[in-house]
Write a protein that binds this ligand. Structure first.
Ligand code: B4P
Length: 188
């Protein structure tokens, strides 16, 4: 199986590049952000809980997102592999993911970490906010908080995969196709 972790700060291109990677490698896409937005749209109890955190740019609890990923893995037993997009975002999530994959006799192949500087992230997210309808893309202070939360709580997850020899850094500025080529070369 080919199991990719697509990693990087908010606005670094995870969702954008996931779409292209799924097409090429025929993987199942697991985006915790998309799953959470689906729960919010359906007004489930989980969605109502998650909305409060997401509107402020904070992380939803590990327990909720780990449970969601576990369900999705159980529902896709014949997948050729997975793209984990926006997950794991904490070391506890990374450990839980390793445990879930080990139970299924597989593991993460590589973490692809997109590197983009802060002002470019802010510009991209404000730009997306003009037509995405996403409240968390429309408020500068929420965007800045998401980037701060990434630096404080999420960036360290790279060390977890580096220790396993699985981290690949990818320059995340350039055209979408250029970045896609870099990702494909890193996957090999
Ligand atoms: P996510 O849905 O994961 O969203 P994101 O990180 O903000 O965006 P992404 O990185 O996918 O966007 P992209 O660059 O593709 O998370 C939202 C929230 O959900 C989090 O803040 C958190 O509250 C919660 N959450 C999600 N997962 C969680 C977890 N595991 N644990 C706890 N909480 C969790 O796109 C950005 C824009 O850039 C687009 O408009 C795109 O067109 C543009 N763009 C992309 N590539 C470009 C390029 N090369 N050049 C120019 N523009 C580009």
């Amino acid at each position: 199986m080919l199991n990719l972790v697509l990693f990087g700060p908010p606005g670094s291109g995870k969702g954008t590049q996931s779409e292209k990677l799924i097409d090429k490698y025929k993987l199942v896409h697991l985006s915790t952000g998309d799953i959470l937005r689906g729960e919010i749209a359906a007004q489930t109890p989980l969605g109502i809980e998650a909305k409060k955190k997401m509107e402020k740019g904070e992380l939803v609890s590990d327990e909720i997102v780990i449970g969601m990923i576990s369900n999705k893995l159980d529902n896709n037993t014949s997948a050729k592999g997975f793209i984990f997009d926006g997950f794991p975002r904490t070391t506890a999530q990374a450990q839980a993911l390793d445990n879930l994959l080990t139970q299924k006799g597989t593991s993460i192949t590589v973490m692809l970490s997109l590197d983009v500087e802060k002002q470019e992230l802010v510009n991209r997210l404000l730009n997306r906010g003009k037509d995405s309808g996403r409240a968390d893309d429309q408020d500068l202070s929420v965007i800045e908080n998401r980037i701060a939360v990434y630096n404080r709580e999420t960036a360290i997850v790279q060390d977890y995969y580096k220790a396993q020899g699985k981290l690949k850094d990818i320059q995340g500025v350039g055209s979408i196709d250029e970045i896609f080529d870099r990702l494909c070369r890193a996957i090999g």
